[in-house]
Design a protein around this ligand. Structure first.
Ligand code: GAR
Length: 194
């Protein structure tokens, strides 16, 4: 079985979109794949309840309970490895990972970022896209490498920036597309590596 482990920090809507696509599109039957677990670095992440509602195993590895980044990443890796992951999926996971962690999962660690990379790595991407006068914006699924929000692009979704858009309205439009983009990008990986 190809185990997919999803890491979240917040609302978990991308995690839910992936888990629902996995069931709806029978990833188990067609690709021998399943979402094996949802891990959060924040005990209060709303996505944990969403994952439990979807009958997914959850676990918290609280970054505040660890002395430094290395100790946290080591504990996180232990929790991930307990599920023998084929793929580790960052879905709104808001922690910078150490190079050692990234290296450990090289080639099987993916992220979604709310911009058309290489434009706007980092935070506040929607506000920055509006301020820059972009006519289009979007989201990117990419392989994770040691450099933040870089790494080979797997797929992208483009949305228009409309006159009068606010940061919130643009974020909503992008997030709706993220929920289609992320499952599609993961299924493409499953197909490629079947
Ligand atoms: C998503 O928009 C995702 O692209 C972004 O956080 C949101 C998480 O929403 N990720 C990043 O900014 C990573 N740098 P979700 O928890 O509802 O999936």
């Amino acid at each position: 079985m190809k185990n997919i482990v999803i890491l979240i920090s917040g609302s978990g809507s991308n995690m839910a979109a992936i888990a629902q696509a996995a069931r709806r599109d029978d990833w188990a039957g067609r690709h021998g794949a399943r979402v094996a677990a949802v891990l959060s670095n924040r005990p209060q992440a709303a996505g944990l309840a969403l994952a439990r509602d979807l009958d997914l195993p959850t676990q918290v590895v609280d970054h505040q309970q660890h002395a430094d980044r290395e100790a946290f990443d080591a504990a996180l890796a232990r929790a991930i490895d307990a599920h023998q992951p084929w793929l580790v999926v960052l879905a709104g996971f808001m922690r910078i990972l150490t190079p050692g962690f990234v290296q450990r999962y090289a080639g099987r660690l993916v992220n979604i970022h709310p911009s058309l990379l290489p434009a706007f790595p980092g935070l506040h991407t929607h506000r920055r896209a509006i301020e820059a006068g972009c006519r289009v914006h979007g989201a990117t699924v990419h392989q994770v490498t040691a450099e933040l929000d870089h790494g080979p692009i797997l797929d992208q979704a483009v949305v228009p920036v409309l006159p009068g858009d606010t940061e919130a309205s643009l974020a909503d439009r992008v997030l709706t597309q993220e929920h289609l983009l992320y499952p599609r990008a993961i299924e493409a990986l499953l197909r490629r590596k079947d």
